[in-house]
Design a protein around this ligand. Structure first.
Ligand SMILES: NC(=O)c1ccc[n+]([C@@H]2O[C@H](COP(=O)([O-])OP(=O)(O)OC[C@H]3O[C@@H](n4cnc5c(N)ncnc54)[C@H](O)[C@@H]3O)[C@@H](O)[C@H]2O)c1
Length: 257
């Protein structure tokens, strides 16, 4: 994929799938804006991109805070002048039933996972319109298949799939494509947190691979490469799609051992 000189903003790129995706975009020639609430994580991602000989800017940003997102847009345009791709990856996961979830936890999960996509898309759209750019939203197989102890999270991921399709319809005629990615278990922060929340974390981790037809969980870069494809001209006729990257999760195969 050739994304030479395209400007790509990735939220939540200070760790996990966001960081791995940023490195894949950099390898494809893009210039990156690394946005994360964790400034140190964002700086570390920039360091890794610079080691590849590519350019990146770290911006501390809370996607749930309108003024922080406006600041992110300003910094992006000040440094690069334009933006071609917005990858809304940042999310949190409350590993509780609805009854155990506090009102503060519920509100924060909605504000980051769904509200963050709303705010970043809203404030980046004028710039994306100028480049006929694209938006990639991070959903999850949990938007289709739910699991125990993460009800609010599943609700946000189902919402993101619907939001993606609605945004695609609203902005398609402007040449803006909007797709989402639905990964299965990926070896990164939110899956680690989910394992830790189970009664036997080691057993949960060991069992997770067998939920996938490929009998393993995914690597962050295996999601990142799909994001690069979706951002590229090779995906020019794709919009409103929920692209499943899940190693065959929930394929109905019982664990064989
Ligand atoms: N790991 C998985 O198994 C898995 C599976 C399906 C989907 N996903 C999705 O992939 C995305 C990344 O997950 P991950 O496992 O890499 O997570 P992670 O925890 O490793 O990384 C998430 C990053 O988002 C940042 N972040 C959190 N709140 C933020 C905010 N308010 N503003 C800006 N940044 C914020 C964190 O600081 C962190 O750097 C999420 O959208 C998640 O729902 C993950």
């Amino acid at each position: 994929m050739n994304l030479q000189e395209r400007v790509v903003v990735i939220t939540g790129a200070g760790a996990g799938i966001g960081r791995a995706s940023a490195l894949e975009f950099a390898r494809a020639g893009a210039r990156l804006v690394i946005a994360d609430i964790n400034a140190a994580g964002a700086e570390e991602t920039v360091k890794q991109i610079e080691a590849l000989g590519r350019q990146a800017l770290a911006v501390k940003a809370d996607v749930a805070d309108p003024s922080s997102v406006e600041h992110l847009v300003e910094e992006t345009l000040k440094t690069f002048g334009r933006v071609h791709v917005l990858f809304n990856d940042a999310a949190i996961q409350v590993n509780k039933t609805i009854e155990d979830t506090t009102i503060e936890e519920w509100n924060r999960e909605m504000a980051v996972n769904l509200g963050g996509i709303f705010l970043c898309s809203k404030f980046f759209l004028p710039a994306l319109r100028r480049t006929k750019g694209c938006i990639i939203n991070m959903a999850s197989v949990n938007g289709f298949f739910v699991e125990p102890l993460c009800a609010g999270y599943c609700a946000t991921k189902g919402g993101i799939i619907a939001l993606t399709k609605a945004m695609a319809i609203d902005h398609g005629k402007e040449g803006i494509r909007v797709n989402c990615i639905c990964p299965g278990y990926i070896d990164a922060g939110l899956a680690w947190g989910y394992f830790e929340a189970q009664p036997d974390p080691a057993a949960a981790r060991a069992a997770a691979g067998k939920l996938h037809a490929l009998w393993r969980i995914g690597k962050p870069e295996e999601v990142g490469r799909v994001a690069v494809f979706l951002a590229s001209d090779d995906a020019a006729f794709m919009t409103g799609s929920a692209v499943v990257v899940d190693g065959g999760f929930g394929s109905g195969l019982p664990p064989q051992n």
